[in-house]
Design a protein around this ligand. Structure first.
Ligand code: SF4
Length: 381
């Protein structure tokens, strides 16, 4: 059953109108926020018992979802602000209450090797397990669920809306989806039965156990590899690099289609020596065919003092990564740049033409280059 929200906000016309008006800023934090402010209820939260915690003494618990492994006293919450210890049991506070829901082009996630020109029904709740100074969705990622405008949208309703609007995938995105793990996995299981793909954009800061459970129903992941040093992760995101690298390897082992995004923040992570190390690691551990997106930073949140990433720096990062042997290296958030397009690594001809989120041509046949027959990694049918 589709409610008024679904009817009003998910029409194709609305999608095109919103996307066109905001095409330049592809992070688009304002899209989901606009939707929830008009139709959500402030502070509307739904609970669900977590399957990923260990009971400790004196009614404390330890969360097992992400590498923080928060030890939480009775009545308190973990670092992400959306999980609460109630009587020695740990509960998600964001189950079935997204604060953001929107129909997006798959290219916006970004996925460039997955059903080009298809749409993805995208959901997020409040909260995050990192504290990135450059966060583009900080208004929801750094909020508590009682402070956001939340919708009443069960997993069944998410799947019904996705079917109604003919989305080919459901995306768990905008904030770190690990923090709404129960909601994500219940929705993903239903979606899988209906033949809808499950995709996520994640910071990769998740423990191997829940990740492998998720991989059973996850078709594709775009993982933010924010930098390639522990110092960068610690100073910019209050995170760690090593668990993210482990996540990337597990996704590869589990045959989940994988793309990587690196937000290039000028003067912070644009050192080409480090970019070269990152490219070499990706090629060795994940394969030369792993798509990598160097995405342009815009001054937001706690880094408003920096300029947008100069395009020349993005081009140098792309060139450096390609020199390490990576075959599909893209530039993001610069509409019209040649680095948005996909070229065949063998015959060098244009495979997929892109301008922003618009696809101009696709020269693939059954997952292979139409000109020379080279297999191209991705989900194409
Ligand atoms: S998911 Fe949240 S509560 Fe659990 S360990 Fe991570 S930050 Fe802590």
């Amino acid at each position: 059953m589709i409610d008024e929200w679904g009817e009003r906000y998910l029409s194709r016309r609305r999608f095109l109108k919103v996307s066109a008006s905001l095409a330049f800023f592809s992070a688009l934090a304002c899209c989901p926020i606009a939707a929830r402010a008009q139709l959500g209820k402030k502070g509307y939260i739904g609970t669900k018992l977590s399957a990923h915690f260990l009971p400790l003494a004196n009614q404390r618990i330890q969360c097992q979802l992400c590498p923080r492994r928060c030890s939480v006293a009775e009545g308190q919450r973990g670092f992400c602000g959306v999980r609460e210890n109630r009587g020695g049991k740990y509960y998600s506070l964001v189950y079935a209450n997204p604060c953001a829901a929107h129909l997006d082009p798959i290219e916006k996630k970004p996925f460039f090797h997955l059903l080009p020109a298809s749409t993805s029904f995208s959901i997020a709740t409040a909260g995050c397990n990192l504290r990135c100074k450059f966060c583009q969705n900080w208004e929801i990622s750094q909020a508590k669920p009682e402070d956001t405008y939340n919708l009443d949208m069960s997993p069944e309703k998410v799947v019904a809306i996705a079917k109604k609007v003919r989305a080919r995938s459901i995306a768990y995105t905008y904030v770190e989806p690990t923090i709404f793990f129960e909601y994500m996995i219940d929705t993903a299981r239903l979606a899988k039965k209906e033949g809808i793909l499950n995709v996520c954009h994640s910071n990769g800061f998740i423990n191997p156990g829940p990740l492998k459970e998720l991989c059973q129903v996850l078709d594709a992941a775009n993982i933010d590899l924010k930098g390639f040093t522990e110092d960068y992760y610690s100073s910019m995101s209050q995170g760690q690099l090593a668990p993210v690298l482990q996540t990337l390897k597990i996704l590869k082992e589990q045959n989940v289609h994988l793309e990587i995004t690196n937000l290039v923040v000028p003067t912070k992570n644009d050192d080409l020596k480090t970019v070269r190390q990152m490219g070499a690691w990706i090629k060795k551990e994940l394969g030369a065919g792993t798509p990598v997106h160097f995405s342009r930073f815009y001054p937001l949140y706690k880094l408003r003092n920096l300029p947008p990433t100069p395009v020349s720096i993005l081009e140098k990062s792309r060139q450096t990564a390609m020199e390490t042997g990576l075959e599909y290296v893209y530039i993001g958030n610069v509409p019209g740049h040649e680095g948005e397009r996909t070229f065949c690594p063998r015959c060098k001809k244009l495979l997929i033409g892109r301008q922003g989120y618009t696809i101009s041509e696709v020269n693939l046949s059954q997952g292979k280059c139409r000109f020379c027959g080279q297999p191209i990694p991705g989900i194409w049918t």
